[in-house]
Design a protein around this ligand. Structure first.
Ligand code: G6P
Length: 540
């Protein structure tokens, strides 16, 4: 069957399925959980609370086969230039290749270079952590500030917070926003004598990062003198010539390559701040976890393949059932920045409107991705998830164990809340049930009639749940790689290039043109009336 034919079979099947609720599907099949769940070692994906049956799942798997997921996957791992609009290979998986197998890009094995950078990072991280490499005054560094944005910020920020129990190095800080408030508030708390800056930028041209780096440089030069600058800076980039022009000496520059996309770069030297925080060994565990998922993605049959299943559910929700968003709800405070991280990974990769050949897509592509950790979100936006007019598929994440052994009762509450939410979304509460509860509480009949409709939960709202043993460096690496491959598979089915990001360019170009107008150096007459009106309001 061609893709279009499978999509129309899926639509027909969805309308048949719409006559049974999730409640009914569970009632009819006691083995539903076993049939609609899959594992990658201790990582469990439960997708039994999505509105799928065996026929629906088989049609989705047919979609994966027809879209040649296996062939496209192998092409990515083999270093083919699948990012066709930038004429680049997509090789973030090589960064966590923990085998001895060579990885060829343009006829060259990239593994020796990858290992050399990893070794240099480890030496530098250890030297900072041990106090062997000191500041200009000979003091050990107590604080490290990473200056970067987008992929040069979100990965390290998210993983640093996630792995807090493993920190035994200097304290990490992140400055990304060009808003001077960000760097001002960060520097306010720091002592220049014991602060190291990492300037992280794939291109080393990003205006936010360059502006913040210059401000940090001036802070060091003004307080410690120009000669101190070299001791207080290191850089991470693919553009080694531009780093040299900034004045950071070669031994303090950690490179990566154009075949690592910004949002896929946490495995590269961009992960240096994380390595400084948790140490090289724990960083290697993080890579090992991602490698486990890479092997699973390559080897597990499609019907047991976690990234493939999650992608197929994503396509089912977005294209067949028409849901426009998905909520990422980690029941893990340390994954507070995971939704923001996944927003870049997912929306920058799959927020596309043309296919590989430049023609317009005739179906939906990437959904809106958003979320907050539970239980906090429950007390904020879950009202809409349960009773709003839009169905938003939810993705729950929870660990079997926390790191706070003495606070197990907290973790029990966390688990109970996580399970309660997916159960509530699935089951809902009928008018009859709501009325009986009110009657049982002794409410008068007319009051029951008035209030009961407000207490109805439609239910039948889909969710998936990911469970792992504990949020270790290994488990985190595996989780991120799972989401990366899911985005990749969805992109293949949608026929788009998941690895470029032209959509961020226009705003950058216009900002460059607007800057002299903001400063009052050029006349905004050529601008539209709204932009002129706003400019004049902002310029007072
Ligand atoms: O690492 P850099 O070159 O500074 O880029 C930082 C970020 O900015 C760009 O605008 C892209 O949208 C992101 O994909 C990228 O991660």
């Amino acid at each position: 069957m061609a893709l279009e034919a499978i999509f129309s079979a899926l639509s027909q099947h969805a309308s048949q399925l719409s006559t049974s609720s999730l409640r009914q599907l569970f009632a009819e099949d006691p083995d539903r959980f076993q049939k609609f769940s899959a594992n990658c070692s201790d990582l469990l994906l439960d997708f039994s609370k999505t509105k799928l049956d065996a026929t629906g799942l088989e049609l989705l798997l047919e979609l994966a086969r027809t879209a040649d997921i296996k062939g496209k996957r192998d092409a990515m791992f083999a270093g083919e230039k699948i990012n066709t609009t930038e004429n680049r290979a997509v090789m973030h998986t090589a960064l966590r290749n923990r085998s001895d197998t060579p990885v060829m890009v343009d006829g060259k094995d990239v593994m020796p270079d990858i290992r050399a950078v990893l070794d240099a990072m480890a030496d530098f991280a250890e030297a900072i952590r041990s106090g062997e490499l000191t500041s200009s005054s000979g003091a050990p560094f107590t604080d490290v500030v990473n200056i970067g944005i987008g992929g040069s910020d979100l990965g390290p920020v998210m993983t640093t917070l996630a792995l807090a129990p493993y920190h035994d190095g200097p304290e990490l800080h992140y400055v990304s926003n060009v808003d001077g408030a960000h760097i001002a508030d960060t520097l306010e708390k720091l002592d220049p004598e014991t602060t190291l800056f990492l300037v992280a930028s794939k291109t080393f041209t990003t205006i936010e990062t360059m502006t913040n780096a210059q401000t940090a440089r001036k802070w060091i030069a003004d307080t410690l003198g120009e000669d101190a600058v070299g001791d207080h800076f290191a850089a991470i980039s693919t553009a080694l010539d531009k780093v040299a022009a900034f004045g950071i000496e070669e031994s303090r520059v950690f490179g990566f390559w154009d075949w690592v996309g910004g949002r896929y770069s946490v495995w590269s030297a961009i992960g240096l701040p994380l390595m400084i925080a948790i140490g090289p060994d724990a960083f290697i565990d993080f890579l090992d976890g991602a490698y486990e998922m890479d092997l699973h993605f390559q080897e597990a049959p499609l019907e047991e393949n976690l990234p493939v299943i999650m992608a197929l559910i994503g396509v089912w929700h977005r294209d067949v059932l028409g849901y426009t968003a998905r909520a990422v709800l980690p029941y893990d405070q340390r994954l507070a920045r995971l939704p923001a991280y996944l927003q870049q990974l997912d929306m920058e990769s799959n927020g596309k409107r043309v296919k590989q050949d430049g023609s317009a897509v005739d179906h939906e592509t990437g959904p809106l991705v958003w979320g907050e950790p539970g239980t906090n979100g429950q007390h904020a936006f879950y009202q809409l998830l349960h009773q709003g007019t839009s169905v938003i598929p939810c993705e729950f994440l929870i660990a079997a164990k926390g790191h706070e052994d003495d606070l197990k009762h907290h973790h029990d509450l966390l688990v109970a809340n996580c399970l309660a939410q997916s159960e509530a979304l699935m089951l809902g509460r009928t008018l009859e049930e709501a009325s009986s509860l009110l009657e049982a509480a002794g409410m008068a009949e007319d009051e029951v009639e008035r209030l009961a409709p407000h207490k109805v939960f439609p239910g039948d709202r889909p969710s998936i749940t990911l469970v792992h043993e504990q949020l270790t460096p290994f488990a985190l690496g595996r989780l991120i790689a799972l989401y990366e491959h899911r985005v990749f598979v969805e992109g293949i089915i949608w026929g788009i290039n998941s690895f470029d990001q032209w959509g961020v360019e226009l705003g950058k170009e216009l900002a460059t043109a607007l800057l002299p107008m903001v400063k009052g150096e050029t006349d905004p007459a050529s601008k539209d009336a709204s932009t002129r009106g706003l400019l004049s309001a902002l310029r007072g």
